[in-house]
Design a protein around this ligand. Structure first.
Ligand code: AMP
Length: 143
């Protein structure tokens, strides 16, 4: 299964913000949308960074609540690992486990095109395990 098939199921909704956005506004968007990370773009869809709840907790833990008035560009991770629609879910899982992060943006023609979260990967894995169990059941009852 590829990234394209996951995006076909969940859609291409992308929540992105600009690097100048204060961290307090980022927190509001994370809370309102019930998500764990936001892609930071230049406004034309080119990825400049990613900010996740982990970065926010780390920044407040180290520097206190004053962090909330900083622009997200000061805190985000700039070196973003991405994938393409043609990548398999196994490729994305390896990227997540090697990089120890839970979000991988999908890039198409140099622009952000979607986001795969660990929740999407787990959902796919559960469906896959259930399908394998079903195949086993029908194989056993046929015998
Ligand atoms: P997460 O597990 O996704 O909440 O992120 C953990 C850390 O990895 C945070 O510092 C994020 O900014 C960073 N991060 C998240 N996704 C990526 C990614 N695709 N590429 C590089 N760093 C990432």
């Amino acid at each position: 299964m590829t990234v394209a098939s996951i995006l076909n199921g969940k859609g291409h909704d992308i929540i992105s913000e600009k690097a100048q956005t204060p961290l307090s506004d980022i927190c509001k968007v994370l809370a309102e949308k019930g998500i764990g990370a936001i892609i930071v773009t230049d406004g034309n869809g080119h990825i400049e960074g990613i900010i996740s709840e982990r970065d926010i907790v780390k920044s407040i833990g180290r520097n206190g609540p004053e962090s909330l008035s900083l622009p997200v560009g000061d805190i985000m991770t700039r070196s973003v690992v991405t994938c393409t629609e043609a990548d398999t879910i196994n490729d994305v899982m390896s990227k997540m486990s090697q990089g120890r992060f839970r979000h991988v943006p999908v890039v198409k023609d140099g622009k952000v095109y979607g986001l795969i979260s660990i929740g999407d990967v787990v959902k796919y894995r559960i469906a896959q395990v259930e399908q394998e169990a079903e195949h086993m059941r029908s194989y056993i009852t046929m015998a």
